[in-house]
Design a protein around this ligand. Structure first.
Ligand code: DGT
Length: 198
């Protein structure tokens, strides 16, 4: 039985992997997420996804390891997870009434030097909303732990006027791409659980 490790502390990513039904476990990558400011969002998420996967794979070289990283890009500015409510208000102020890209880098490492990498971009357009509505959304706390300060599968979908691309990519893992990577690596799906030994 293959060992698959999700190199992530993200509950959103775990929820997406849980839905897939493949046996896996999660482990914190424990890496610094600083990158050169000269990198674009697409370049940065690829570098960071690889860094996270490599850190966990170095601890478990016989396992398969999936790492991911996500950033928002709006009018040339790159946004990550807001540290507090005020930062989340500033982020959403940049996104409301605008179109932005959310970029997720993924990296699958396996035994024997297997590596697969991809960057998936979804394009979202938000409604312009009044300040009092923005304050009410911020009060829900969906901004916490989310690049861009919104949850597309939560109340945040009320901000969403248009979405182009993989919706799961917005939540943290581009599942169409993740499934392709896992199939290309020969992962079996829908396996029956091994019978309990008497
Ligand atoms: N549930 C949900 N989460 C979102 C949404 N948009 C962004 N996120 C989350 C997914 C990721 O946990 C986070 C992006 O930040 P990172 O890529 O740095 O990952 P994070 O530090 O959370 O975990 P990791 O680095 O994988 O341990 O934002 C959304 O619409 N819904």
């Amino acid at each position: 039985m293959r060992t698959l490790i999700l190199a992530s502390t993200s509950s959103a990513r775990r929820a997406l992997m849980d839905g897939l039904g493949l046996p896996y476990r999660a482990e914190s990558p424990g890496v610094e997420e600083d990158v050169s400011p000269t990198l674009s969002a697409r370049e940065a998420v690829q570098v960071l996804a690889g860094r996270k996967a490599k850190a966990v794979h170095a601890r478990h070289p016989e396992a398969w390891v999936l790492g991911a990283d996500q950033l928002v890009e709006v009018q040339g500015e790159v946004l990550s997870k807001p540290p507090d409510r005020e930062a989340a208000k500033r982020q959403l102020g940049k996104l409301l009434g605008q179109t932005h890209d959310i970029c997720t880098g993924v990296c699958l490492l396996g035994p024997g030097g297997h590596i697969a990498e991809a960057v998936e971009v979804s394009r979202l357009t938000f409604y312009p909303v009044r300040d009092e509505e923005l304050e009410r959304y911020l009060d829900l706390g969906e901004w916490q732990g989310c690049a861009g300060s919104y949850r597309v599968e939560g109340a945040g979908q009320a901000l969403l006027a248009r979405l182009e691309g993989d919706r799961t990519n917005v939540q943290g893992l581009p599942m169409l791409t993740v499934v392709r990577m896992l199939r290309d690596a020969g992962f079996p799906f829908f396996e029956r659980p091994e019978p309990l030994k008497p």
